[in-house]
Design a protein. Structure first.
Lengths: 249, 174
């Protein structure tokens, strides 16, 4: 792939390297240098182009995926996609309206409430260094004894260490964060996708291994800081999303 | 010996050590060792991961040697019920050694850490004397000794290095 513009990374800038890479790549997409459907260069190539580490490229690409500029297709690569985010009138919905566990008729079982390190891509998703401890909460939502959703929440342990001991079966995690830990949620970024169930997930949802399910990834921010990453795997037909948006005055 | 120090005087914070639930894999544990223990500026001793259950109860410790043992194929595990050759460096095993940490280890890397860890069976209490910790560490060949408070809550870990230092001080000053 030939790149028309050749921006460079300035290591003397106070701005983090991955943010600089993110901005350069975003500019290529927004200027239509990389139109919708373009496969972007692989990580190794981007490392060479910008003379940065794989971790930096990965963080920048993940942020572009999170913001809807790119989509990753397993085994094929990463592509520029059409952003569905509306540039029309500003709209808002209540936080609770977009929390699937708040659906009526769902009961929650706590599968895990423990501590872990960021493994795989969790550190990048939560934008946290790999040596920081995380609180890990795994919940199974059940409707009339039928499991319909697996929800995994990851939060920096240093932010709310007592959350390990909190009762979270009946209390909303968002309420706890806002009321007890005084972490007002100011923004949520969400991505919907379709995923293949792992063998463990398929057992827990009562589906064959490799079956398709809805994947909802949510990034919760308090002011400018990301405080939680939630990954929900939803059985097809298990939950119907109804969100009402109101135009901001 | 001056006033005997207790465990709480020498224990270190559990959050000095990486944590992992038991169902994660050796592959993921190796990634954590590299990122949390080897890549950092501080040198942590011993290099170990604390393994927990779903409710944050300590189940055991996972040291580098435990991970390497977990990667070994089953036929190399020690056995007490069969005859084994004393000298394992013979030429007849040369081909086996080449394969031990390659293809087979990739499969073994998916083993859960709960299967490779050393289970936590011995504990100290915050008010126990450090001599008790010295005894438990040496008697059971442990790399870490978990410390519980009066409510049986995990509050820290004792390492060989602090215990040794205290014992050395008391012996050398005697």
């Amino acid at each position: 792939m030939i790149l028309k513009t050749m921006e460079t990374i300035d290591r003397d800038k106070p701005k983090k390297l991955y943010v600089q890479v993110f901005e350069i790549l975003k500019a290529r997409i927004e200027s239509n240098e990389w139109p919708v459907g373009t496969q972007i260069p692989v990580e190794e190539e981007l490392c060479k182009i910008y003379a940065v580490s794989k971790a930096t490229i990965r963080l920048a690409v993940l942020e572009l995926v999170r913001q809807g500029y790119l989509i990753r297709r397993q085994g094929r690569g990463t592509f520029v996609c059409e952003r569905l985010a509306s540039k029309g009138p500003a709209m808002s919905a209540s936080f609770k309206a977009i929390m699937p566990e708040n659906e009526p008729g769902l009961a929650t079982r706590i599968m895990a409430q423990t501590v872990m390190m960021p493994v795989d891509d969790v550190g990048a998703k939560l934008n946290i260094p790999d040596d920081k401890h995380l609180i890990y909460i795994k919940r199974l939502s059940v409707r009339e004894n039928e499991p319909v959703m697996i929800q995994e929440s990851f939060l920096p342990h240093s932010l709310c260490p007592q959350l390990l001991r909190d009762e979270i079966t009946k209390t909303s995690l968002l309420d706890l964060l806002e009321d007890k830990y005084e972490l007002p949620i100011t923004r949520i970024a969400e991505n919907f996708d379709v995923t293949e169930l792992s063998s463990e997930e398929s057992k827990q949802l009562g589906l064959p291994a490799g079956a398709a399910a809805l994947l909802l990834e949510q990034h919760f921010f308090s002011n400018d800081r990301q405080i939680m990453y939630v990954r929900s795997v939803i059985k097809p037909g298990g939950i119907r999303f109804s969100i009402e948006f109101n135009k901001n005055s | 010996m001056s006033a005997i120090k207790t465990i709480k005087d020498v224990m270190v914070d559990v959050f000095d050590f990486p944590h992992l639930p038991y169902w994660f894999t050796l592959r993921q544990a190796m990634g954590i060792v590299q990122k949390s223990l080897l890549a950092g500026e501080r040198c942590l001793y011993p290099l170990a991961i604390l393994v927990f259950d779903e409710k944050y109860n300590l189940l055991g410790t996972l040291g580098l040697r435990d991970i390497m043992k977990g990667l070994e194929p089953a036929f190399l595990k020690s056995t007490t019920s069969a005859q084994v050759p004393d000298d394992e460096s013979g030429e007849e095993l040369a081909l086996i050694w080449e394969a031990v940490f390659s293809g087979g280890s990739n499969d073994k890397a998916d083993t859960q850490v709960g299967e490779a860890m050393v289970p936590a069976r011995y504990f100290a209490q915050t008010d126990d004397p450090i001599t008790k910790a010295a005894h438990l560490l040496t008697r059971h060949n442990l790399i870490l000794l978990p410390v519980l408070d009066s409510n049986k809550k995990l509050v820290g870990v004792v390492r060989e290095i602090e215990i040794f230092n205290e014992l050395a001080n008391s012996v050398l000053q005697a």
